[in-house]
Design a protein around this ligand. Sequence first.
Ligand code: XIL
Length: 360
Amino acid sequence: MRILRLGSDPRSAAAAILAVAVQCWACGGGNSSPVNPTPTPTPTPTPSDTLKAAATSANRLVGTAVQSRLLTGQYDTVVGREFTYITAEYEMKWNIHEPSSGFFDFAAGDAIVGYALSHGQRVKGHTFIWHGATPSWVNSLSPADFRIAFERHIRTVAEHYRGRIHAWDVVNEAVADDGLGLRDTVFRQKLGDSYIADAFRIARAADPAARLFYNDYGGEGLSQKANRIYDLVRELLAAGVPIDGVGLQMHISANSRPPNASIASNMRRLAELGLAVHISEMDVRVNGVSGSPQVRLEAQRLAYYDVVKLCIGEPGCEAVTFWGFTDAHTWINGDTPLLFDAQYAPKPAYTGVLDALRGR
Ligand code: XIL
């Protein structure tokens, strides 16, 4: 919709409003045809009817990933109003925290953690050990020096944020995509498979109050990979390794997602081990859904509704975090996977989450 500048004369204001109404009577949202009219807009939420209020009543955390440079204007308003749990989308990973050996940079992480605490929100630390964000300087280290760097990294970062972090993703995505074993990473090559247990022990010693999570994707519903993740965390527990929970990332597509019953069974068996479960990075792609814009929005709403409802139904599921909240800032290029559109208007997906949190 074009923005019209309203004059001070109320008659011209009324005329302008009418012009907009007439213009949009058949505008259908961008290029869509009259058979695809604009979906009924979701009303802007009032503070008492927010995800934050609903999640708090449901005794769950509702979270979003954020980027420090965006915490201003509308983005800031929505993060402060809607969420109780904050994750740094990329600014608390090894390559940002320690870009060269022994030089730590906490500026962005401190900005995010400070923002969250000043808004009464909790923080998920993400993440000490992830092959996708390891600085290249570690690659040339000998195994002995790699071990020193590995321990120093986890200890220094955990101690820096100690007392300010609700939970850490200690190790991210360590299981291979086929679920047959561990992913072949620099950590495994230099340290052997025990690097996972070691990371948890180092983290616990450095910040005893933080809850420690293993986080991964592709193991949300029951599958070979989910079984491998389950076996991994069960073995860690059996060995006395300090692990408190599992994050199921939940980067899914509205048209090909794990069945609800399968996700529920997987969450249940993890909870039966005594572990907390977090839905840790949810977004729902819609480009693969055929049909009108409304069909896509509805498929997305239902996916969000179903997953959040599963979390509400599982006592061990204590948090749902979305990997961003506005389609203006998503890591999924060319798709619209989040709860608010690029202009920060809530989408049907938002209503789906709110309804599920409200037990509707
Ligand atoms: C992604 C971020 O969204 C991007 O901005 C960054 O460039 C790469 O990492 N699984 C994870 C997240 O655990 O850390 C990833 O985040 C997305 C996949």
